[in-house]
Design a protein around this ligand. Structure first.
Ligand code: UVW
Length: 324
């Protein structure tokens, strides 16, 4: 049998001295780099509203026809079930309400990461520790620490900047496994005529989710490897130095699925989310926003979002709203 190259453990890839923000906001912190988004950042974001156009960044939940919803392999789409409707009264099953109002009710089974979502900071870990050094035992049976709840309680508001890597590379969508790093982001920003500033909420468009709706699941998942940011020590240091609070992309995983040099899966989840406390927002719809930004060459705006306040949740659906 041919030798298979060893995939190094995360600790080895990232190094023992990997950049970390653990303890920066105290031993009880569960918000991580979202702490950077104070009132001054909200007011800075407001300064980038010029026309009042609004854009919602969530994809539809329960897309009604093929291909359905884009999901990380192994997750299943929302199962929404109507349990009360007009037929409940026709059949005489529903309770009469004084005044005669009728109503409809639904239930839903869903993966909390099964649509546009915020990951809880404790969503991923290695070496038995989640964000801020909390023991991974806190994830058992529900997240007792670093769940999505503190993000929902806070709300995420600040200046957003969109970097359109697909447009920069003159493509509708990046190729499977295609990578880019912070230097590419800076080059794309320069060509867009925008500067990424400290504490910006960083939105990156690859065209990947748009492609989901134009192709078939078979093609999408064939040799599955999403395009995206790829790990380097310099990139992690750049995120830390720039105090980026939130990474928002139109991919399912916010980074290339496997780091090309070593094959390590999703190392930036650990390097940025676990170690720096950067909030991850995934599966966003950025095509309409990008088209508007390109049309008037304005790539900054007010970004607002608040994931659902799911107690002990590993993540939660969200519909971010951008105001230009
Ligand atoms: C995984 O948890 C694997 O991915 P995501 O952060 O995209 O939900």
């Amino acid at each position: 049998m041919a030798d298979r190259p060893e995939v190094p453990p995360l600790r080895q890839l990232l190094g023992e001295d990997t950049p970390s923000n653990w303890g920066k906001w105290g031993p009880a912190d569960e918000l991580g780099s979202l702490n950077y988004l104070d009132a001054a950042q909200v007011l800075r974001g407001v300064q980038h509203v010029h026309t009042g156009e609004t854009f919602t960044l969530q994809i539809q939940m329960g897309y009604p026809k093929p291909p359905g919803d884009p999901l990380w392999p192994g997750r299943t789409p929302i199962e929404r079930k109507n349990v009360v409707d007009e037929s409940s009264w026709t059949r005489g099953e529903a309770r009469q309400i004084p005044g005669g109002m009728h109503y409809a009710d639904d239930t839903a089974f869903l993966y909390l990461q099964g649509s546009t979502q915020y990951d809880a900071l404790g969503h991923v870990w290695y070496d038995g520790k989640i964000w801020n050094g909390y023991d991974a035992e806190n994830t058992v049976g529900g997240m007792k620490k670093a769940s999505v709840l503190p993000i929902g309680e806070k709300g995420v508001v600040g200046r957003g900047v969109l970097i359109d890597i697909a447009r920069h590379r003159d493509k509708d969508v990046l190729d499977k496994g295609e990578t880019f790093d912070h230097q590419d982001l800076l080059a794309a920003a320069e060509s867009q005529g925008v500067t990424i500033e400290p504490r910006d909420i960083l939105l990156i468009r690859t065209g990947w989710i748009g492609w989901w709706y134009r192709t078939t699941p078979k093609e999408f998942f064939h040799h599955y490897c999403e395009p995206g940011l790829t790990y380097s020590r310099e990139l992690v240091e750049w995120f830390q130095r720039m105090e980026i609070p939130n990474l928002v992309t139109d991919t399912i995983g916010n980074e290339v699925s496997a780091e090309p040099a070593t094959g390590v899966a999703l190392p930036l989840h650990s390097a940025l989310m676990r170690n720096l406390g950067v909030a991850f927002t995934e599966i966003c719809w950025l095509d309409d926003l990008a088209a508007a930004c390109a049309a008037d060459s304005r790539w900054t705006f007010l970004y607002t979002a608040a994931p659902l306040k799911v107690v002990e949740g590993t993540g939660a659906p969200v519909n971010p709203v951008v105001i230009r």
